[in-house]
Design a protein around this ligand. Sequence first.
Ligand SMILES: *Cc1c(COP(=O)(O)O)cnc(C)c1O
Length: 390
Amino acid sequence: MIDAVLPTYNRAPLAFERGEGAWAITADGTRYLDLGAGIAVNSLGHANPDLVQALTEQAGRIWHTSNVYQIPQQQALAERLVAATFADTVFVTNSGTEAAELAIKMVRKYWDHAGEPDRIEIVTFAGAFHGRSTGAIAAAGSEKMTKGFGPLMPGFHQVPWDDAGALREAVTDRTAAIMVEPLQGEGGIRPLSDATLRLMGELRDRTGCLIVFDEVQSGVGRTGKLFAHEWAGVTPDIMMVAKGIGGGFPLGAVLATQKAAAGMTVGSHGSTYGGNPLACAVGCKVMDIIADDAFLAEVNRKGGLMRQKLEGLVAGHPDIFEAVRGQGLMLGLKCRVAPADVVNAGYDERVLTVGAADNVVRLLPPLTITDDEIAEAVARLDRAAARLEA
Ligand SMILES: *Cc1c(COP(=O)(O)O)cnc(C)c1O
């Protein structure tokens, strides 16, 4: 008999009843140090008092009205995102997938509006992950996500990861956009080189194509900048955001320049829940806390500390680990064993990590993790590695 829950997930035999900061706690009181943070979602930790207050205050007033009306919390969130980024305008969604879907629609509408409706080709990179909608799986293109789902949405052309030569060849004056995660998450914490990012800027100048960055995982302070692309200084025309922006409440957004959004007129897109008062009240509070130089400096400092300790871990277990990679508190351990084995050994040591492609285990702790917790986390990973060696 099929489970009451559609069996699309391979779940660990763990359930958490409550959380405190970087700790997730089971019903019997066992405390796990959470380096997964719901896959880069709980950016400010579990049960963050500021976020609990923002959510419950709003919950006592009004939950949902509809985009038929003005939504002041949505307006406030959009204005915060515009003030802090390249963007001139924002559409608020409930998830990263919905943000990807709109980003793809916006690219098509941009070229339609510009009088080139056939200019639909979006260049993507191998290992990409943009969600699970029909558009997003077509963009990612991997067999794992697309097999059995019939004809894919046309208009995507994939090049090998970070292959500047292939990118240069693929992008022509027929290209609608380049869409990429500046630092791949599901793909295995793989950073795009600055050279490739700069090449994208050159190709945009030459062909007029748009640049779409998917910062659903890398954004909102995760890498030590508000958005990861700020490290390379190449700004997108359109950007997807989700995960960390809601701190655990479902929330996403598409940010765009006025130019890129030119075709998105009244009636061209919508969402029942997108931009609801509850999600946006939380999102505003997350932005107030994270879009702050002192907070981001701390993410950088702690990221450096964690990286340094992880380098020691790798050196101490050369048969288990190969290297550390990533930026800020978006880190990956490239493994010599199956990442699932490391994740499972971590459960035995009460530390939560997340697997990724390219034989990587992801470490995405709440950005509020303390120095002591970082030391404790690496000590637990050290014991987990020793279990695997035994
Ligand atoms: C998680 C993720 C998505 C999809 O977001 P959902 O909220 O799961 O729909 C898209 N892009 C990237 C880079 C992601 O990490």
